[in-house]
Design a protein around this ligand. Structure first.
Ligand code: UDP
Ligand code: GLC
Length: 397
């Protein structure tokens, strides 16, 4: 059985980490997840009996927009971490980097320990998301040192190749989900709806971390053109220091007089009942979404979804899964789509049920785990039969 050293820079459970959690569950007896920061993600791994170690005590001072100088100055911090990871990796068959900083450390460790390196790429390597230095670094390290790049969508793969990534390295594997998890008892939903003071309201949910590119401000702007009975639930928090954006959303709500129609629920672990409380779920990213777990999760909950027409979201509709797409960054079109959904409710509900069936089949966690296992198979240690001692009983004759 293959032994895997997973690496992730984050202590917070964003989509890339939740995807890793689902994959690591299948390897819990033969893996370690090394994190470069402590937080709720570590707790989640522990609750799921997945071995985890926090390997860095200080946050790495490089971010998606960093240039060369900042990158070089962080080397003093990166090297000891890489040496630690290299030492650990001697006990594993493969190093599996789940984020970009993990890829940098994973590369150094892979060079030192001569263990193969896999890069699970959850990001679209475009100017919308990364500085040119960061794009160059990700692609150059992948091209020279990775044995496999798993991309979370065709859009992610296309961006990797457009940025100079070697096409033959990359394989698309979508995120996987257990459809059972997304069912919910009606009484629990009614109670929660009542507790939130939403009985009788038409509830629109938004379930992303609060970050400018996730476009929560677009939904708030669209809300002004929706009927008075509409309430918006913003579920999620600023996971990576976007406090200014949170402040700007709160100001937007006050200035537009939307206080009675918007609730900020912060980061929640009870996503499933909350999605069931919603009549409609919107995804409003203004930059192409690499995959967009929330879109599939909303569909698994049987909710109608309106998403922005870019990145991974487009692949669902190209695959024939029915839902509504609007142009990114356009509150007018979003409001029109919301109002239409509200007006044509019977038809909208039927379409949501059809989407639920489709996604349950296409994104089933078992299928995705099988795909990952097949891709990792090549890194399994080869057992040399001539060196293994025979266990055949010796005949007494
Ligand atoms: N999520 C959560 N609690 C929240 C908000 C979001 O658990 O309060 C989860 C959500 O259910 C989804 C993930 O966070 O599984 C976000 O993943 P997605 O791919 O949509 O976006 P990302 O944050 O990775 O860009
Ligand atoms: C990243 C992406 C998101 C994707 C998730 C899981 O966090 O931003 O689009 O769904 O990883 O792959």
């Amino acid at each position: 059985m293959i032994k895997i050293l997973f690496l992730d820079q984050s202590g917070q459970p964003a989509g890339a980490e939740l995807c890793l959690l689902d994959i690591a569950k299948a390897y819990r007896d033969q893996c370690l997840v090394g994190l470069f920061a402590d937080g709720l993600f570590r707790q989640l791994l522990e609750e799921n009996q997945i071995p985890v170690q926090v390997l860095a005590t200080q946050a790495i001072a490089v971010h998606k927009g960093s240039g060369w100088l900042q990158g070089l100055s962080s080397l003093r911090q990166l090297l000891p971490l890489a040496i630690r990871v290299a030492q650990l990796s001697h006990h594993y068959d493969v190093i599996y980097a789940n984020t970009q900083k993990a890829m940098v450390i994973g590369t150094l460790a892979s060079i030192l320990s001569r263990r193969p390196l896999v890069y699970h790429l959850h990001d679209i390597l475009s100017a919308d998301h990364f500085s040119s230095t960061n794009r160059w670094l990700a692609v150059t390290l992948a091209n020279h040192y990775a044995s496999l790049v798993i991309t979370v969508s065709q859009a992610t793969q296309a961006a990797f190749i457009a940025a100079g990534g070697r096409p033959e390295l990359s394989e698309v594997v979508y995120n996987g989900f257990d459809p059972q998890v997304y069912h919910c008892d009606r009484t629990q939903v009614d109670t929660l709806k009542q507790q939130l003071g939403l009985t009788g309201r038409f509830v629109i949910g938004h379930f992303s971390r609060l970050s400018p590119w996730k476009g929560q401000h677009i939904l708030l702007e669209a809300l002004e053109s929706c009927s008075e009975e509409v309430t918006v639930l913003l579920v999620g928090d600023a996971l990576f220091g976007e406090q200014e954006y949170v402040q700007s959303l709160q100001t937007q709500v006050i200035e537009r007089g939307l206080q009675n129609r918007v609730q900020f629920l912060g980061f929640r672990s009870d996503i499933v009942p909350l999605m069931h409380v919603c009549d409609l779920i919107t995804h409003t990213s203004i930059a192409p979404e690499p995959f967009g777990r929330v879109i599939v999760e909303a569909m698994l909950c049987g909710r109608p979804v309106i998403a922005t027409q870019a990145g991974g979201a487009l692949e669902l509709s190209n695959a024939g899964i029915p839902y509504w797409l609007v142009p990114p960054g356009n509150p007018t079109d979003l409001a029109i789509a919301i109002n239409q959904c509200q007006a044509e409710w019977a038809q909208v509900s039927a379409i949501a049920q059809q989407a639920q069936l489709e996604v349950s089949r296409r994104f089933h966690i078992d299928t995705i785990r099988q795909q990952i296992a097949q891709l990792l198979h090549r890194f399994e240690p080869v057992i040399d039969a001539s060196k293994t001692r025979s266990t055949k009983p010796v005949s007494a004759s």
